[in-house]
Design a protein around this ligand. Structure first.
Ligand SMILES: [Fe+2]
Length: 263
């Protein structure tokens, strides 16, 4: 089977005009620690079903799988997500709450689906190959689907990368898994590797717990004039509330079943 992917290596000084644009994106939270839509389930972990649209073209990428295949599958079915159309999976980092359901999810996808991972992990890579997927280690940034890019491995004690989507006339939508390298570092890295300063939205786990951390991150996001912020997963309620205090309506709640559309 032909793998329908165009690989373009991007040096860290890449300029924005080299990153493709999409017209709109829809991010559906398949699994989060909290429930947004009645009837769905929660589990400590994260999974986003990401659809990017340009004209009549649509790309579907899954970011993280959560740790529970049962909950992922149940929620995906109730949400009507077409899993067979997933072209690629980006695994933010090798923690079970983000990649634990990977091999079971892979068994539902086309053979030779590309799996973008942040670093070497012999168990994880073996699992991917065993389930018929092809791992790609994102030491460096890569635009793996038109308009969708991995930040590449962000240097920190724990290897993690994030997903960038370049929306026409708006700027970057940034999806983060657990933000172990620090959410502020990730945002700076996103701007550097994409060459795009404008950040439109930031969605995912911010890995902060205190009011003080929430305040620091909230102020940083306000300075960047980010229009939509949706902290979830490993962001404490205290930190979320503080960010919401600073950003007001720009901060939106998340949870299993939440759909965020940006166009
Ligand atoms: Fe996590």
């Amino acid at each position: 089977m032909k793998v329908n992917h165009t690989f373009r290596w991007l040096p860290p000084n890449i300029k924005g005009e080299n990153m493709n644009e999409v017209e709109s994106v829809r991010v559906t939270t398949a699994v989060d620690n909290n429930v947004w839509k009645e009837g769905l389930a929660s589990s400590w972990g994260l999974s986003f079903y990401v659809e990017a649209f340009t004209g009549n073209k649509k790309h579907i990428v899954l970011m993280d799988t959560s740790g529970s295949f049962q909950i992922f599958f149940r929620n995906a079915s109730k949400l009507g997500l077409n899993l067979s159309k997933i072209e690629a999976i980006l695994i933010s980092h090798w923690h079970g709450d983000h990649c634990g359901a990977l091999s079971q999810v892979l068994s539902l996808l086309k053979p030779q689906t590309m799996i973008y991972v942040p670093s070497e992990n012999s168990f994880g890579l073996g699992e991917i190959r065993g389930a018929g997927g092809i791992p790609w280690i994102c030491h460096k940034p890569i635009e793996f689907v038109d308009g969708m890019m991995s930040t590449g491995e962000v240097p920190s004690g724990l290897s993690e990368h994030s997903l960038l989507i370049n929306i026409k006339n708006k700027g970057l939508v940034i999806l983060v898994g657990c933000s172990h390298p620090g959410i502020i570092n990730i945002l700076k890295r996103a701007q550097k590797v994409s060459g795009i300063d404008k950040i439109h939205a930031v969605i995912g786990g911010f890995h902060i717990s205190s009011v003080g951390e929430g305040m620091r991150v909230g102020k940083f996001l306000r300075e960047l004039d980010v229009k939509l912020v949706s902290p979830c997963h490993c962001t404490s309620n205290d930190a979320k509330q503080e960010i919401a205090k600073i950003l007001g309506e720009r901060c939106v709640n998340n949870g299993s079943g939440k759909i965020i559309s940006i166009d």
